[in-house]
Ligand binder design. Structure first.
Ligand SMILES: C[S@@+](CC[C@H](N)C(=O)[O-])C[C@H]1O[C@@H](n2cnc3c(N)ncnc32)[C@H](O)[C@@H]1O
Length: 311
């Protein structure tokens, strides 16, 4: 077993925000406007938004207990924190007396703090419980997925969310192994899959396996779909939707929503031939991090930033 505590990074580096200036520019902030950061994390983006406000307000969301603790450090009357899943965007805005906003930022996935906390089970680098919940009050854990899902369901999870070429083999192996001993720790999983991991590429392979489980545990695709569909409803005309994703499935959903008005399916037109969709893309192609940023922050490597304006 790995000695996780000795490898734990410094606690002060909660999360290094990705494409910070690009996201802030993309929001096109009106100092008096109302903004939403639906993925507060360590608050890197939120703090920059707050710096631009004079009379405006920022409502931030995060479902994670540690993110809430970080948010408690922000003492500003312009700031409100909601410990909630962003799939309930509209509901929580309404609870805070907000019906229309001027910009929404989403920086999807998990924070470095979550990944670097061995006890959360997100990382392939440390041994920890097979947990992977962003919301520690939720009931589904990675162990439950591994020990209780059918082989078919596991195949889908590993294939769709992990993009594993041998997803079927992995699903069969998980089912076979759990019959002898249930999966409890991240090391159990890594050891169990060692023989099907491509030689020399084990780290990347396990990262894909862990990513698949994390997406399933947190119902990330469903949350993103529900969230996107509320953005058009709450956004003021001219307001900006700024979404940064790290997975091709997420990016495709964001792109479809911006271009077609829905996450799945084709663009619909009204009687006069006008497209029925709330947003227009500001950039045709997603913005990517500069080489300098990628060199300093490996997490920025897979980030794709899409920006749209409410029409
Ligand atoms: C990549 S981090 C955001 C980092 C942040 N921009 C910063 O600069 O520190 C993503 C955060 O979003 C949160 N999150 C992810 N999906 C969520 C959801 N559906 N609802 C609420 N929070 C979510 C995670 O708990 C995590 O803290």
């Amino acid at each position: 077993m790995t000695d996780s505590s000795s490898q734990r990074p410094e606690a002060n580096s909660y999360h290094r925000p990705v494409m910070l200036p690009e996201c802030i520019d993309a929001l096109n902030i009106d100092p008096n406007g109302t903004y939403v950061d639906v993925t507060f994390g360590g608050g890197g983006h939120s703090r920059k938004i707050l710096e631009r406000l004079e009379g405006g307000k920022l409502i931030a969301f995060d479902q994670d207990d540690d993110a809430r603790t970080q948010a408690e450090n922000i003492k500003s009357s312009s700031f409100t924190f909601c410990q909630a899943n962003f799939m309930y965007l509209k509901r929580f805005l309404k609870l805070n007396g907000v019906t229309k906003v001027n910009g929404i930022l989403a920086d999807l996935g998990v924070s470095s703090h979550q990944i670097d906390s061995p006890e959360r089970g997100f990382s392939t680098r440390f041994d920890g419980p097979l947990d992977m919940r962003m919301d520690s009050h939720a009931s589904l854990t990675a162990a439950k997925v591994l020990n209780e899902y059918s082989e078919d369901k596991l195949h889908k999870v590993f294939g769709m969310y992990g993009e594993l070429k041998n997803a079927r083999t992995v699903a069969a192996l998980v089912v076979q192994q759990r019959a002898n001993k249930p999966f409890v720790r991240t090391e159990d999983l890594k050891q169990g899959l060692q023989k099907v991991a491509p030689r020399g590429k084990e780290n990347k392979y396990f990262a894909q396996v862990f990513q698949a489980l994390r997406i399933e545990v947190n119902a990330e695709m469903k949350a993103l779909e529900d969230f996107l569909h509320q953005c058009g409803e709450v956004m003021e005309k001219g307001g900006r939707l700024v979404v940064m994703s790290y997975h091709s499935l997420e990016d495709r959903m964001v792109k479809n929503y911006i271009n077609k008005g829905k996450v799945f399916g084709e663009l619909e037109k009204d009687f006069f031939g006008n497209a029925i969709k709330p947003f227009e893309a500001v950039n045709r192609k997603p913005i990517e991090a500069s080489e300098e940023e990628i060199a300093e922050n490996n997490r920025a490597r897979s980030a794709k930033l899409r920006v749209a304006v409410r029409i």
